[in-house]
Design a protein around this ligand. Sequence first.
Ligand code: ATP
Ligand code: MG
Length: 365
Amino acid sequence: MSASGTPIGTSSGKPRILTGDTPTGSLHLGHWVGSVRRRVEIQPSHECYFLLANMHAFTTRTEDSASIRADTIEIVRDYLAMGIDPQQSAIVLQSEVPAIAELTFLFAMLLPFNRVMRNPTLKTEIELKGMGDKFAFGFPLYAVGQTADILAFRAVSVPVGEDQVPHLELTREVARRFNQVFCGVPTDIEDHEHEQHGGVFPVPVADVGRVGRLMGTDGKNKMSKSLNNAIAIADSAKDVQKKVNKIFTGRQSPTEPGDTSNALFQFVECFIPDAARVAELKDRYARGDNIGDGHIKAEVAEAINALLAPMRERRAQFEGPGSDQRIIDIIMDGTRRANRLCEETLLMAKAAAGLKFWPRQLQLG
Ligand code: ATP
Ligand code: MG
């Protein structure tokens, strides 16, 4: 049973979802619109696991393990601020779920190396983060690891931003291939029927939020923890105002007809809740009807601050002395719930792959 008394595993009867975040910095508005808002909406009706992908953070921050640790805790503060409820949803520490690492090794055998390297999200990351050809072997391996993150939970749906869709496609391929190679599922079986035909893994679907890709304040790239173009959930009202003021549009004057497909207008559409006001701003901006970027930015900042104000209040309850330990306790509880499920999956997978020689007994003390 989970802390809330809900049975874990398939027995909860609720569709199961898995998604997560890499502790490479604080969570930002891109996470909110791309994934976390959806998680908060569905957590009462779904069995939810949210993974802190701390092993994956080592792909780019190997020499900074202290920051990975600090950000792991910080991300949980952000989760709690945004409304994730640890009674309903399990918050899980990847490095303490051994089944994920074991499945990664097995799944790496099912994927041609060139197939992994063709993943467009990996290519973009290599380029944007200036990794050249110096990246660790573990960098492409993280894409395989992500398939194990999802499949270890036998999740049916994964709420993610658009950039994660290629990873999901890879996951779907691994699930199909595992089921076909090791469970005898015929190749012409539809994705949603794999389990019925004896497959260990459901073939999961991506659940992309209404805004799959929020732009950063540079006006060019996806808002990203690693690119210094993010508005953090934990930013102060003043910082929000400053960062919104930086959003680059290239427009020169309030009478110049503006392009409403620019980054500033994505913010208008995402964060100003009044649809009539959004339409009015768009119309005046497109016509250059004496409306300056500065004016629009002030309205956007105000709307973002209205969204973040209750989050700041909730976050304050998890700050201060002793709060790190309270957060670790929350993660420990979620990880315990996850391990019951993931160990079950691992046993099923090992049995299917002919790797079960005796019952697993790893109680060490
Ligand atoms: P990093 O720069 O380290 O890659 P990130 O900001 O891209 O960090 P991730 O941990 O890679 O964040 O992503 C976590 C989740 O948030 C994923 O589902 C991802 O698709 C989603 N997400 C991240 N940034 C955005 C964005 N700008 N718009 C929409 N969704 C996003
Ligand atoms: Mg990313």
